[in-house]
Design a protein around this ligand. Structure first.
Ligand code: SER
Length: 310
């Protein structure tokens, strides 16, 4: 049975993954860690700096952890404010986890990559698993390098590191914090407080997105899949639906026609323009039965009902 650690447990994905795993009984023990001070008492939460190899190793050894979900990262938009800090955190925390896997201290790792690995030169529609990748952000560069290192460790040292290239993740309670797709979370909070929303992406900018419940389901499915079936040793393309700011605004106006939104694209527009519109996720479907349960409409309705807006 697994003894699990989520590194970056307080973030958008980590906070929901910890809830989802707590409701399962196919593991022994769940530990949570992040760089923030302990803010809750009911769970096994600890402050650990993922950049400290010694601290991470001690924590993992002391608690006999054998499965790590390493989610700590600086995202695409925030990352551009300090590209070298982004590279340092995203890469060196990953190297710490890869080293622990190589040494046999942990048996299995999940590490998220992103559509940010793609750039302006790959096909925009049905972007394939394998295509030219020239990321334009420090975050994207770190994710692409990280994917290649995961593959290198898996091939060279026989480690079991699994990864998904996530689309923009839509959630309702934890804000994503520094991503190019954050508008899709922020807009619901403006709607709830009856404030006008100014989108930092243009109205027609279409990006691949996924609802948080599907994202968590994907992580758990991939981690529970038979290793023999996994053909991709770097990171799997994953698709759910694609959406533009205008599409959400139209849905929200159907509920409250007084809701107002406008568009003031900033530097994040250039990042979004370099990313795919839609993704081909054939490998994930074939290798570990990936199937999205939430389309655009279902996602919007779920978020609205969770925020008690419908
Ligand atoms: N949602 C992330 C971001 O916008 C992409 O992985 O940075």
């Amino acid at each position: 049975m697994s003894r699990i650690l989520i590194v970056g447990s307080e973030g958008q994905i980590g906070s929901q993954l910890s809830k989802a795993l707590s409701n399962r009984d196919d593991f022994d023990c769940l530990f949570l860690c992040d760089i923030k001070e302990k803010s809750r008492t009911d769970l096994n939460y600890f402050k650990v700096d993922a950049l400290s190899y010694d601290d991470l190793k001690k924590f993992i050894n002391d608690n006999k952890i054998n499965e790590v979900y390493h989610l700590a990262a600086i995202l695409s938009a925030k990352g551009e404010k300090d590209p070298m800090r982004t590279w340092n955190l995203n890469m060196n925390s990953l190297f710490n986890v890869l080293k622990l896997a190589k040494e046999g201290i942990i048996e299995k790792v999940f590490w998220p990559s992103s559509i940010a690995v793609f750039g302006n030169n790959n096909p925009k529609n049905d972007t394939p698993q394998f295509s030219d990748k020239e990321p334009i952000t420090s975050y994207g560069i770190s994710k692409l390098a990280g994917e290649n290192w995961c593959k290198y460790y898996n091939k060279t040292y026989g480690t079991d590191i699994r990864s998904i290239r996530f689309p923009g993740v839509m959630s309702y309670d934890t804000l994503s914090g520094g991503g190019t797709t954050d508008y899709a979370v922020e807009i619901f909070h403006s709607f709830k407080s009856k404030k006008k929303y100014t989108s930092f992406l243009d109205r027609e900018t279409t990006l691949p997105m996924i609802y948080i419940d599907d994202a968590i389901d994907g992580i758990i499915k991939l981690m529970r899949a038979s290793k023999k079936k996994l053909r991709i040793q770097s990171s799997y393309n994953l698709s759910s639906f694609s959406m533009s700011p205008k599409m959400i605004v139209e849905e929200l106006k159907k509920i409250d026609n007084k809701f107002q939104a406008d568009y003031a694209p900033d530097y994040r527009q250039t990042i979004a323009d370099s990313w795919p519109n839609t993704i081909d996720d054939t490998y994930a479907r074939e290798d570990w039965d990936w199937n999205s349960k939430y389309d655009f409409k279902k996602t919007i309705n779920h978020i609205l009902s969770k925020l008690a807006l419908i």
